[in-house]
Structure formats: structure tokens, C-alpha cells
Write a protein that binds this ligand. Structure first.
Ligand code: UDP
Ligand code: MG
Length: 167
């Protein structure tokens, strides 16, 4: 059965110009990209994304990391990959959380590092299981930004909402 997974190319991956390399590595999975965008990450979004790590001593640092404050690159690239065993395939390619423990041929083993303050700068985020993937994809994307129907939706009629449009 097809499965979806959220991938984030983190600010260190963007700063090191690794987008192409990372997408090339991920293409080995033969999975389909069904959504992609650049995101300026607010503190609220970063904290919600990593809310399960709220009590960890490194929480404050990884929020700054995801927001781009450690790299002067206030953006991440968010993608949804879709296909058979998507989570397992992408996590395998990404490698272990700690880049020093990650297999040297994996994405994190190739491009990650540990900072002097102990943060694992591991260039990529990959959802860890199916419930987390669903939670994260719904956090980062609206239904109309994804080209397949992943999860149930409903119609919401909004009145007097101001949207920015091209002039
Ligand atoms: N992280 C860290 N030190 C740790 C554990 C995690 O700096 O001891 C960072 C690392 O960037 C990691 C992120 O926090 O990717 C989220 O941690 P998680 O345990 O969810 O690892 P992942 O699912 O990203 O492999
Ligand atoms: Mg995780």
C-alpha cells in the first residue's frame, strides 16, 4: 500500500547547496514527489513540528536550527514523497539521527555534522512512522498543495478573508 512521508531539507542542507544532491539520492527510492515548497519557518511551526521533544535539553537549539537561525538561512524545503514503504525507504537513505553514527554512504552520514554545542546538524528530516507522517504533512501542507488525496478533507466556506493576490 502507498504511504506518504514528509521530508524537510533543513537550513544547513540549503546553505551547503545540497538540495540537488539530496533530491538525487531520494530519487533512488523511485517514490513520487506529490508536494513541494519553500517555507519560512515560524517559531510556532517549529515548536509544533518538534513538540514530542519539548522536554529535551536540546529543544531550544533545534527550534533555532529549523528556523534557520544557526545558518542565516530562514527557510526549509518541504516535500511529500509517496509510494510503497515510503517511510522506511527514506529513513534508510537518510541514515541515523546522529550523523556520526549514520552510515557513511547515507545522506546524513555524507553531509551531516555535530556542532560544538552538540546539535546534530543532519541536513534532512524524515517522518518516523505513519501517524507522525500524517500529523506532519497536515501541519506543513494544505490539501490543495498536494496532488493526490492523502487524507479526508472537508469544505470550509470562509467569508471576508483577505488574501494576497498578484497586482
Ligand atoms: N537532535 C539533536 N540531538 C539529539 C537528538 C536529536 O540535535 O540528541 C536533533 C536532530 O537534528 C534530529 C532532531 O533533533 O534530526 C529531531 O530528533 P528526532 O529524535 O526526531 O530524530 P530524527 O527523527 O530526525 O532522526
Ligand atoms: Mg523524528
Amino acid at each position: 500500500m502507498s504511504q506518504a512521508v514528509l521530508i524537510l531539507i533543513k537550513p544547513d542542507g540549503l546553505k551547503k547547496s545540497l538540495t540537488g544532491n539530496i533530491l538525487t539520492r531520494l530519487s533512488e527510492t523511485k517514490l513520487e514527489i506529490v508536494a513541494a515548497k519553500m517555507v519560512r519557518v515560524s517559531k510556532e511551526l517549529a515548536e509544533e513540528h518538534y513538540k514530542h521533544l519539548k522536554d529535551k535539553p536540546f529543544f531550544g537549539e533545534i527550534i533555532k536550527y529549523l528556523q534557520g537561525e544557526l545558518h542565516d538561512r530562514k527557510k526549509v524545503m518541504a516535500l511529500v514523497y509517496w509510494g510503497k514503504d515510503a517511510i522506511k525507504k527514506c529513513r534508510e537513505l537518510a541514515g541515523a539521527t546522529n550523523p556520526e553514527e549514520a552510515e557513511s554512504t547515507s545522506i546524513r552520514g555524507s553531509y551531516g555534522r555535530i556542532t560544538t554545542t552538540g546539535v546534530y546538524e543532519n541536513v534532512i528530516h524524515v517522518s518516523s512512522n505513519e501517524p507522525e507522517a500524517e500529523r506532519e504533512i497536515k501541519l506543513w501542507f494544505n490539501p490543495d498543495e498536494i496532488i493526490v488525496d492523502l487524507y479526508a478533507t472537508k469544505d470550509l466556506v470562509l467569508k471576508e478573508i483577505t488574501n494576497k493576490v498578484w497586482r
